[in-house]
Ligand binder design. Structure first.
Ligand code: PAF
Length: 300
């Protein structure tokens, strides 16, 4: 365990305990530290893969506000990457992340290595039924199994009362909610709004990897979702899909992987609009080698 002394030193007092933000690398060390808080208050948890941006920090701030103890994990989980190049190029900068977290009232940063999280290969197979057959599940085989492997291990280590996830990863949120129910994790899964750049691009650690011309083109993704939402006032899901596909055919910088209008609970494609408040448009786009996802909730 290391005590961090970043630029702005985080210090708080809880139940007579003076607290500095601490970096912990072992599950054992983390459990030891959290035992006190488990008895005396609520533990909030934000799992991340690092390369933190304002979207993550909004989760951490909310977590710190709503709980007596806030834990953030930073771990680039290899089992959820179906593309090894994507794993290798995933941005990593622990020092920078620690500085950012110290300014958001984070109490513990859990940053384990691979040996700690996977001392032996994880052979578990999760079954999320139809939830994992569509969209990300279809285009990134094994991705959600890897997410469930690591999130379940993290939940076991942290034993949080609340866990915070961004709505940008809309399908991930649905999968994690199901995992928490199926495996009886006594944790409240808290969905948090998407945080966007001034030009509308959803914040993502992958944005930092965009070539300048792709970065300039990327706000088109959110604009296409806003357009889809506008179209939903007069058109059917099928017609909207067609229009969005045509839009991307004309765009030379971005390549559409999928655009789907899905039911918020089942995540299955919607064929006819019933209650539009229960429908979300989800999109995945390649900007060069970088794959970006986004979504928008429709309103009636
Ligand atoms: O959303 C992410 O950053 C990751 O999928 C998560 C939940 C931290 C698991 O590795």
């Amino acid at each position: 365990m290391k005590i961090i002394k970043p630029l702005a030193l985080k210090m708080s007092i809880f139940a007579g305990h003076l607290q500095l933000m601490q970096l912990i690398e072992s599950i054992h060390g983390l459990k030891e530290k959290l035992a006190f808080y488990k008895k005396n208050g609520k533990i909030g948890f934000v799992p991340t893969m690092g390369a933190l941006h304002k979207g993550h920090l909004s989760l951490v701030n909310r977590c710190a506000e709503e709980n007596q103890c806030s834990v953030v994990s930073i771990y680039v989980n290899p089992t959820q990457f179906n593309d090894k190049n994507d794993l290798n190029r995933y941005p990593r900068n622990l020092e920078l992340d620690l500085g950012l977290l110290a300014n958001c009232n984070c109490d513990f940063v859990f940053a384990p290595g691979d040996d700690e999280m996977y001392p032996v290969p994880d052979m578990r197979k999760f079954n999320f039924g139809l939830l994992e057959t569509v969209m990300e599940g279809k285009f990134r085989p094994g991705h959600f199994n890897g997410v469930a492997q690591i999130v379940s291990k993290l939940f076991d280590a942290v034993q949080p009362d609340r866990a915070y996830f961004g709505l940008k990863d809309f399908q991930q949120l649905a999968v994690i909610k199901k995992m928490a129910i199926d495996y009886n994790y006594p944790v409240e899964i808290v969905p948090c709004d998407i945080v966007r750049e001034a030009d509308g691009l959803a914040m993502s650690s992958r944005n930092a990897l965009l070539e300048p011309e792709k970065r300039n083109a990327a706000p088109f993704i959110y604009n296409s979702l806003l357009f889809a939402s506008e179209l939903s006032k007069t058109k059917s899901p099928g017609e909207i899909k067609q229009e969005i596909n045509m839009l991307y055919q004309k765009n030379t910088e971005l390549e559409l992987e999928y655009f789907e209008i899905v039911d918020n609970n089942s995540l299955l494609p919607v064929e006819h609009f019933g209650n539009k408040n229960l429908c979300t448009a989800c999109i995945a786009v390649f900007a060069g080698k970088i794959r970006l996802i986004d979504n928008i909730q429709f309103n009636s």
